[in-house]
Design a protein around this ligand. Structure first.
Ligand code: MN
Length: 340
């Protein structure tokens, strides 16, 4: 089905329900929140009753986003979240395509498998059979841009407002690293259209996202780059690790390590960067790459993960040391490709 037909059917389906629950992924980022909240405001304009539920809390530097105070955080408000989900007539899954990405919500969501679901997502590998409408593509900056396309199809004149515009821009800015990567053919034009049609202040949105850190966060970044980064020139690869005690020392708050993985890519020969964090009970690995080296393929094969060509993640159930060993052990397989 072509995009226009999918968008048309999405709008028809969404318009047919009242109690709509929007769900995004664990450790929600700017795109998860931005796309969910943009869709939330749009659905409200259609006269329905949407609720956004996220698996766990968002970083405090997103606390200014329009509508975010109405978001229900599942692991803080489980009883209420479960009640709302049990009354849902439609679920909208945004910015993920494997239900396990909803973390602790996964089990609950499995109980509601008879309730229709739609998907809007830009990651590789969506299973369209699970959804009454599935809008999945990878040649787009973000899920927020896809939500913008849906609203544009229905009519920016009627439905676009400052709240929707702000949320879409947060998703597009953060998923493109301030428009430095993941740019596709409509990215700038849709962004420009949103800015010119509304009163949003782009500079202010950018500052709210990036100039809104704590001192601890910046000092943690400095420490990780100085003391925890290793460059493996033979493989044009860099990795940074953070142990639980490293994070505790800097009074780690959720979101504080967002973006750390990107810094090693600023070294000219580094083609792949990996950030390895010790989490409760598992090791989280976040991958970034330059050019056509696919960290999506690599994480799928070795780290039970996936994502995009140049940005992907995975997990391991082992110690931090073992995770680093595992990473180093698979590099010879990619040596040639990383040295191209
Ligand atoms: Mn995204």
């Amino acid at each position: 089905m072509c995009n226009e037909l999918i968008i048309k059917s999405l709008i028809e389906i969404i318009s047919g329900f009242r109690k709509i629950v929007i769900v995004s992924h664990v450790n929600p980022d700017g795109d998860a929140l931005g796309s969910s909240l943009a869709l939330y405001y749009y659905i409200k304009k259609l006269g329905a009753d949407p609720v956004v539920i996220i698996p766990n809390d968002y970083p405090s530097f997103y606390a200014w986003m329009p509508g975010i105070k109405d978001v229900i955080v599942y692991d803080k408000d489980t009883v209420r979240a479960t009640r709302i989900m049990s009354e849902a007539e439609l679920f909208c899954f945004l910015d993920f395509n494997v239900v396990s990405r909803t973390g602790l919500m996964h089990n609950d969501l499995c109980h509601f498998n008879k309730i229709p679901k739609i998907l809007i997502d830009h990651h590789i590998g969506a299973d369209s059979t699970q959804y009454v409408a599935c809008y999945s593509k990878t040649d787009v900056s973000s899920t927020s841009e896809m939500v913008a396309e849906v609203i544009k199809y229905h009519g920016f004149d009627k439905y676009l407002d400052d709240n929707i515009a702000t949320n879409i821009l947060v998703g597009m800015i953060t998923d493109t690293g301030s428009f430095s990567h993941s740019i596709f053919k409509n990215t700038f034009s849709i962004c420009g259209e949103i800015i010119s049609r509304t009163k949003v202040n782009y500079k202010e949105i950018h500052q709210n996202i990036y100039d809104n850190s704590t001192e601890n966060r910046l000092r943690l970044l400095g420490f990780l780059i100085n003391d925890r980064m290793t460059i493996l020139n033979e493989y044009n690869t860099a990795y940074i690790y953070a142990s639980k005690s490293d994070l505790e020392k800097f009074n780690y708050q959720i979101g504080d390590t967002e973006g750390v993985v990107n810094y090693p890519l600023s070294i000219s020969n580094v083609k792949m960067s990996v950030f390895i964090t010790e989490k409760q009970g598992c090791i989280r690995l976040s991958f970034r790459s330059k050019g056509d080296f696919s960290v999506n393929d690599l994480t799928r094969k070795h780290f039970d993960g996936g994502g995009h060509l140049n940005a992907a993640g995975g997990t391991l159930e082992c110690s931090l040391e073992e995770a680093i060993e595992k990473l180093i052990s698979i590099l010879p397989e990619y040596k040639e490709e990383l040295n191209k």
